[in-house]
Each structure stands twice: as C-alpha cells, then as structure tokens.
Design a protein around this ligand. Structure first.
Ligand SMILES: Nc1nc2c(c(=O)[nH]1)N[C@H]1C(S)=C(S)[C@@H](COP(=O)(O)O)O[C@H]1N2
Ligand SMILES: [Mo]
Length: 420
C-alpha cells in the first residue's frame, strides 16, 4: 500500500496529465445543468403520486414534506416527460459522474483530510454529495431493472437519499461555483477541441491539488477524453430513450426490461404486473364481476353490460410508469365523470378506486378532482379497438391523462366518489 502523503503532498500515483481544474470544471458544468433537472423531476414525481392522499411513498417524511399541489392533467404526456427526464437523464449522466469522480480522485487522498472546521464541513458535504449520488444511481438502476423487489423501501431509500444528495450538492455548488467558472475560462473549448494528443500538456495553474506533480505522457487528448465520456453518455441514451419515445427507437432499448416488449396485437404492449402475478382469475373478472360506485345516496352496482351501454369515449393516452417506460395507446370506455354522475356525486372532491386484486401494493388509488372530471379520464373497457386483455385490466381499468402509471388501476371493482 502506498504511504500516506504528508504535508499536503499529492500521491504521485495519479499521473494523468489531463487532470486539472479545466477538465473537472467542464464535467462539473454538465452535471450542474443535468442534476437539478433530475432532482426536480424526482421531487415532482413524488408530488404527482398524491402525497395529500397519503399515497406517495414514503408517506411520512417529517419536516422534509414537500409543498403539494394538484398534479395537472394537461398535457397528457406531462408525467411521461417528467419520468422520461428523471430516469433517462439519470442513466445518461452515469458516465459523466464516473468521469467527474475520476478527475478529482487525488483529492480523496489528501492528508490530513481536513485542516479546519470549514474544511471539515466541506469534506462532509462532499461525502454527502458523492455518497448520495452513487446511492441514488444504484437504487434507481436496481428499481428499474428488478421492478419492486424492495417493496416500498426503495422509495423511502431513494427519497431520503435524494435529500442527502441535495444538501451535499447545494453546499458543493456554493463553494465551488467560482472555481468552476474560472476553470471553464482557463482554457477556451475551441482550443481544447483543436489540440491533438501529442500537443496535450498538463495544466499549469493549480490551486486545487488536481494537477499531477509528476505527469505521465498523455495517452489521450482532452478532446478524446470528452469524446469518450460523451460517447458513453450517448450510448446509454440510445439504449434507454426508446423505452419512452417508442416507435423504432424502442428496439434499441436493450438495457431495460420493459423496453422492447411490444408486439403487433392491440393488447401487445408492456404489462407491469400480469393477471397471474396479481392472482386475477376468470372467476373474479367473469360473469360475476360487478362495479360498485359509492359516495352517493346509495351504492350503484353495474355489470359489464351496463357499462357498455353507457356513452363510450375514446382517447389516446400514455401509461407512464415511474420507472421511466411508457406506452401510448388508444383507450375506449366510460368517462369517470359520467360514473360520478351515475353514483350521485356530480362534482366529486376526489375518488378512491379499488381493484379486484387482493394483494399487491397497487390495488387501489386516490384521484384528485381534476383527474376524475377531465373529459379523457376513463374507466377503459377497450384498447386499440379490442377488449382489454386480462393482463391489461379486463374487464375495466382506469386511464387518466398525465396520471402516474401506477394509479391507472387495473381490474377495477369499485369507485368511491368523495363529496365536496
Ligand atoms: N390492480 C393493479 N393495477 C395496476 C398495477 C398493479 O400491480 N395492480 N400496476 C400499475 C403500474 S405500476 C403500471 S405502470 C400500470 C401498467 O399498466 P399495464 O400493465 O397495463 O401496462 O398499471 C398499474 N395498475
Ligand atoms: Mo408502474
């Protein structure tokens, strides 16, 4: 093992001539743009889940409670965009994060780690930043790959991990922003892009302890390093974006379990939880199936024929899962507001939807007033011109514009409309 460097010396082990304020600042600038977007969309997703109904996870967040508002229903692709950005950008920046960590690695070996209280605080904030971002990446990737193996603890971990990251990020940006701007100015990008490997020199100026005291000859130019990181990010983008963009791009979504599963039939789009997994049988969705509407003077019980006899409405709406995949289909069914009317609650304050599904965390959902009364908010009976398949929620499922996928409850058995 290498000796601990003394007197602020940097270990000669980190010899890349590329390390320096310019490279770190350039990578930092990219993250300074991307990370706030990823953070914001993450927090917005929490709000979209409806914390006011206690159905956002984690439900109890103490003083880290976010201000809530009614999640909009327009445009219908709002949640799809939100999660596409959150998950897509979150994956795309992974190469940039790794490169950024690589660029500052000598700093992790500075000894002693802190010389003053101020420096100690800085180091702690750095630990929160680096630990936080790696934790969010790992939990996020595991969640989109393996579905809900954590149950709700994923959300809890990802939510509180985010706040650790945010605290570290805010302190880090406050401390480092001037240095980053100086770093960006220290070498014009045009010059860097014109410099070949042979002409690549270590940075001269170094108040940050990033430049090697004994630099090795360059094995790659700065532009080459940027191309490598950018190429890595682009590759991740190509391998992921298709899961929400759809069309031909879906074929490239190789890394994602829900990416490419799309057949030609009307019901051959992604299934989150199959009927078999949810223990849905022909028994509880067959002839004996009934829809019970509550909230009015008396419960209203409808069978499938009664629902089919009501006015049908068709809308093209996405299912957009929190995991970043989405699929836009053409749904036909009864408007939720018509059902509210039928139940005797023409202007509901909210609604609670229940499923035939007995187990599982997603067998119910609360909807805001705007999500019930929107003209495209449906209890769908059909999709793409065909009856819903059992996997997609036969005989009836909720589909509401801009609603997080999870709340588009399948195999609906009842709706309670809450009076104003
Ligand atoms: N009853 C029930 N409804 C459910 C779920 C579930 O597990 N059970 N999964 C939800 C989730 S997380 C998503 S993303 C969508 C997916 O709908 P799909 O399987 O028809 O594509 O259904 C939602 N509705
Ligand atoms: Mo989902």
């Amino acid at each position: 093992m290498a000796k601990r460097p003394e007197g602020g010396h940097r270990p000669p082990r980190w010899r890349s001539p590329l390390r320096g304020l310019w490279l770190t600042s350039t990578l930092g600038a990219v993250l300074l743009i991307a990370l706030p977007i990823i953070t914001l969309t993450g927090l917005l997703s929490y709000i979209a889940y409806g914390p006011q109904f206690g159905q956002a996870a984690p439900a109890d967040v103490g003083w880290l409670k976010l201000p809530t508002f009614d999640w909009p229903t327009d445009p219908s692709w709002l949640y799809r965009l939100n999660q596409g950005l959150h998950v897509g950008l979150g994956l795309i920046i992974v190469p940039v994060v790794l490169a950024k960590l690589w660029s500052v690695i000598p700093k992790l070996f500075v000894w002693p780690p802190a010389r003053s209280i101020a420096q100690l605080l800085e180091r702690v904030s750095l630990l929160m930043l680096v630990g936080g971002i790696l934790f969010e990446i790992v939990t996020g990737v595991l969640n989109i790959q393996y579905d809900y193996i954590f149950g709700f603890s994923f959300y809890t971990a990802h939510y509180f991990g985010a706040w650790v990251f945010i605290a570290g990020f805010v302190v880090h940006v406050a401390i480092k922003l001037p240095r980053m701007l100086a770093g960006l100015r220290s070498m014009p990008m045009r010059e860097v892009l014109r410099t070949s490997r042979a002409d690549t020199r270590p940075e001269r100026y170094d108040a940050d302890g990033l430049v090697s005291i004994d630099p090795a000859p360059p094995t790659v130019s700065r532009r080459g390093a940027l191309a490598l990181v950018g190429g890595g990010a682009l590759l991740v983008a190509v391998l992921t974006a298709g899961q929400t963009l759809g069309g031909v791009t879906r074929q490239a979504a190789l890394l994602l379990p829900r990416g490419r599963s799309r057949g030609d039939g009307p019901n051959d789009f992604q299934v989150n939880r199959t009927a078999a997994a949810a223990r849905i049988t022909a028994q509880n969705t067959g002839a004996a199936w009934r829809l019970t509407l509550r909230g009015g003077p008396a419960p209203v019980v409808l069978d499938l024929a009664a629902l089919r006899a009501m006015p049908q409405h068709t809308a093209r709406l996405p299912i957009a899962c929190v995991e970043g995949w989405s699929t836009t289909e053409t749904w036909t069914g009864v408007r939720l507001r018509d059902l509210a009317q039928r139940a005797g609650v023409p202007t509901p304050a909210s609604a609670r939807v229940f499923s035939v599904e007995r187990r599982g965390a997603f067998n119910r959902a609360a909807l805001q007033a705007n999500q019930v009364t929107h003209p495209d908010a449906l209890l769908a009976l059909r999709v793409n011109g065909a009856e819903l398949s059992l996997d997609h929620g036969y005989p009836a499922r909720v589909i509401v514009p801009a609603l997080p996928g999870v709340h588009n409850t399948k195999w609906v058995s009842g709706i309670d409309f809450v009076r104003r």
